[in-house]
Structure formats: C-alpha cells, structure tokens
Design a protein around this ligand. Sequence first.
Ligand code: GCO
Ligand code: MG
Length: 404
Amino acid sequence: MTKIVGAEVLVTAPGRNYVTLKVTTDEGVVGWGDATLNGRELAVAAYLRDHVCPLLIGRDAHRIEDVWQYLYKGAYWRRGPVTMTAIAAVDVALWDIKGKIAGLPVYQLLGGAARDGVMVYGHASGRDVPEMLDDVARYLDEGYLAVRAQSGVPGLDKTYGIPHEGQTVYEPAAGARPQEDLWDTAPYLRFAPEMLGAVRERFGFGFHLLHDVHHRLTPIEAGRLGKDLEPHRMFWIEDPTPAEDQEAFRTIRQHTTTPLAVGEVFNSIWDCQHLITERLIDYVRTSVSHAGGITHLRRIFALADLYGVRSGSHGAGDLSPVSLAAALHVDLSVPNFGIQEYMGHADPAGEVFRTSYTFKGGYLHPGDLPGLGVEVDEEAAAKFPYDPKYLPVNRRRDGSVHDW
Ligand code: GCO
Ligand code: MG
C-alpha cells in the first residue's frame, strides 16, 4: 500500500487563476491535479479543502478507480462542475503518482502510444477579417495543421474569442464583476460564412479549419449556419447551441453535413450519452479537468468509440498546464482521438508550471518523464495571489440575457 499522507490545495494567479491539488505519499512521491473552474475557482478549492482532502489521508494512492468511486458515489450528490472538477484533480494527481512510482509516463499506463503525436489546433483571431487572416497565416507558418478562426463581427463591439488589448493568449474572464457584451444573432449569421470563406479563399483547403459558435444559436439557426459553411469544408463547428439540450442536435443534424463538436461544459458521461449513442455529434469535447479526470474521460471516449465519435478535448488557457499534460497522455493512447485544443499559457504561468510537452509540425507530445511530466513550483506560485475574475455576460439589444 502506498499511503496518501498529504493533500493540499494551491490557488495561484500567474496571469490568470489556477487551482492546483498536490497529493503526497508516505514515500514522498508528489502528484499534481488541476482543479481550475474559470470564474468559480474558490468553490472547487473549498470543496477539495473542506470535503475531499481530509478523506484522502490514509487511502491507498494506487487504488485510483476505488478512490474515484468513493468520491463520486460516496458524496451521494452526484455530478456537477464543482464536484467533477474536484474529483478530476484527485484522479489526475493519482495517475501522476502511479506513473512516477512505475517510472513511466502516464500514457504508457493507459495502453501506450496509439499514435506518434497529438494533432492540435491553435486559435487565430482578429478584430476584423484582415487581422484574423494575418493571424491564421502566423499559425500556418508555425506548422499548425489545424486552426480555429474567430473574428470581430461588424456592429458588435466585443465578440467571443478576440483578445483584449495587450493579451497574447485570449482570456475572456476579466474584472471583479462580469463584463457585459452585446449579442445580435442576425449580423453574426450573415458574417460567419463570409469570414470563414475568406480564410479558404486566401489559404486554400490544405489544413483543418475550425470555428467556435460558443452556444449562441437556436437549433434551426445552427442548421442554417452549418449548411452555409458546407462549401468551406469545416473540420467542425463547435457548441452551435447551448450544450445542455441534447435533443437540439437532432435538428441541426437534419440540416447539415458540417461536423459538430460539443462538450467543454459537460462534466460526466451522462451529459453526452444521447449525443453519442444517437450519433448526433462528431466530436466530444469533454476535458480531463472538468469531466472527472483521466478515469472518467477514458470511459466517455470508450463509449464514443463504439459510435464513431472522436475526441476533441477542450484545452483553453483556463485549463492549467497540468490539465493539458494529462489530456495529451489520454490523447496519445485512445483509439478514437480526433484533435486537441491548444491555446497555450501566457507567462508568467511558465514560472509556476514546469512542463515537458513539446510541439513539432502541428503535433504535441507529452514527453517521457515518469508521471504527467509537469512540476509545480510552490514558491513561485505563492508570489501570485488569487485575483477574482468573472466570465462575461451577453445581452441582446433589448437588454435580455443571452448565452455567452
Ligand atoms: C474554447 C472555449 C473557451 C471558453 C473558456 C471559458 O473553445 O476554448 O470556448 O474559450 O470560453 O474556457 O472559461
Ligand atoms: Mg469553445
């Protein structure tokens, strides 16, 4: 038995807020897990500190499945982003420990590499189409095989996916109260096919093109968008409608052959059960850190594999480098990997998180260090105290709240 003797929560804001779990064994092996839930960070930190860490002490670090079931079923109150992010952090930390004890990178424990590298997509954006096109060019020059394109919509002063002045990596959370944005569906629906068409016109079809709708359309509007985008041969459109309504995807599917991706806000297999088994989507975007860790994510991907649905995990900057590393170990090993989002982490995050994944020719690789291959510098972390920040709220022209 490898006894857990320590479980501590670190909240740090090197550029943005991250919640990190540190689990220590009786032999001094340390495992790291990511528990960041953008805009609700302290809820997960408290859930872990008050209700999970005390229960971990004395348990066997090797019994990952048992610990998972104990925390999931044992809470009685199941699922939800806070609970599942907390369980994920424990799960990932235990996989890290298992790898370090075995002397193997985590992907070896998951069955070994099923591919040589993990294809990632980068985020190109601009306040207008010319600026966005220049950004696409930058990604293609860097060797990316897949690029997500977002552009400011004429008539709307702020749009999802466009960095604020001075940001190198896009981060929508800002301010101690949510920023309020204006949303108007009609101009967006007219503009999106035009701007994605401009990408194909300038750069052709020799790379994968993606676009995030960020939950803003109704099913029939999404069907129309998908149809209008068919000539541009999208790799996917993401989150066309609010994700909790699984039935909505049936309507979208009836109207378009543009591939559909959804799931960054899902936290369990139950959130995507019908989407997968009824083949209503092409890619499931559940992430290690928000969907119950490596253990539960693998279960989701195994179900998806049966139905020809591929993985396309969320990998925004608010998922810490610990989470990205964990995702890469899963991505490298599952048969039905599709693509991995890779947004990067702006400095000074690099001072706190020492990573060993590498990018080459459009692919990331998690590296071969034992465990996840990420270490957290606690002294550096202590220099960046928690900085409350909220995700924006969208309002329509009449002042009513829309999905952001
Ligand atoms: C994405 C996501 C993010 C989210 C962010 C919220 O596709 O990367 O939509 O940009 O908005 O993770 O915290
Ligand atoms: Mg998204």
